[in-house]
Design a protein around this ligand. Structure first.
Ligand SMILES: Cc1cc2nc3c(=O)[nH]c(=O)nc-3n(C[C@H](O)[C@H](O)[C@H](O)COP(=O)(O)O)c2cc1C
Length: 212
């Protein structure tokens, strides 16, 4: 690692060594989790199905624990991604902020939190509107003979009360993604830049610049 530490790249007029790029990447991810309009607010989640097929979908970046190299999102535990993750907990998360021209791709292991302290805590902090996503009568993606909201029609006019939404808390899961690989790519007209980082037990074990 020591040779590469001497070198740095310029991003928005700031100089970054390899290790500073790693810190910057995590800072961007943290910002995405706390700022609604940030480009890293959403991410594309890739999972592997039982038959080896791959699936992707967008979710909201809910929280980033930089120290424990963990990225959190929320989902309905009746969804297909949950089936995938229960059988194979390998997960990839893809972020791209077009304004900052930064792509971050991570590989992680998913830990599923259903009906535990973390899930209960996060449920309490969700809005009535967000809870509607977990209040569908049938599982997400169930076939319907007509266009459907999935939940009781009255909730399209009146927000559910705490009691009404709490009945669906059992469908709510927090997914904690413990990162073991992170790839950082910066697009710049003077030349693109790439750096790769590897973790074991939340500790950076290897990193290098790479051909973009
Ligand atoms: C902007 C955006 C944000 C989304 N956020 C979430 C989310 O935080 N959690 C989630 O489970 N689904 C979210 N979705 C819906 C998913 O993309 C997906 O359709 C759903 O989770 C079902 O995926 P699955 O059947 O592959 O499990 C979001 C979709 C969009 C377009």
């Amino acid at each position: 690692m020591s040779d590469t530490l001497e070198q740095s790249i310029i991003i928005n007029e700031g100089y970054y060594t390899l290790l500073q790029v790693e810190q910057l990447a995590w800072k961007k991810l943290v910002n995405g989790s706390v700022k609604k309009k940030n480009g890293f607010r959403t991410m594309c989640v890739g999972t592997i199905g039982e038959d080896g097929s791959t699936s992707q979908r967008i979710v909201v970046n809910r929280k980033v624990d930089e120290e424990n190299k963990t990225i959190f999102f929320h989902t309905d535990n009746r969804s297909r991604k949950m089936d995938d993750l229960q059988k194979d907990n390998r997960i990839s998360l893809l972020f791209y902020d077009a304004r900052q021209r930064i792509q971050i791709v991570v590989k992680a292991r998913a830990i599923l939190h259903t009906d535990d302290g973390l899930a209960r805590d996060r449920w309490k902090s969700t809005s009535p509107q967000a809870r509607l996503g977990y209040m569908t009568i049938e599982a997400p993606n169930t076939k319907s003979t007509m266009p459907t909201l999935g939940y009781d029609k009255k909730f399209s006019e009146i927000k559910p009360t705490d009691d009404e939404s709490n009945a669906f808390q059992k469908n709510f899961t927090v997914i904690a993604c413990n990162v073991y690989e992170l790839e950082f790519l910066y697009l710049d007209y003077s030349g693109n830049r790439k750096a790769n980082f590897y973790y074991k037990d939340n500790v950076l074990t290897d990193c290098f610049w790479a051909v973009p």
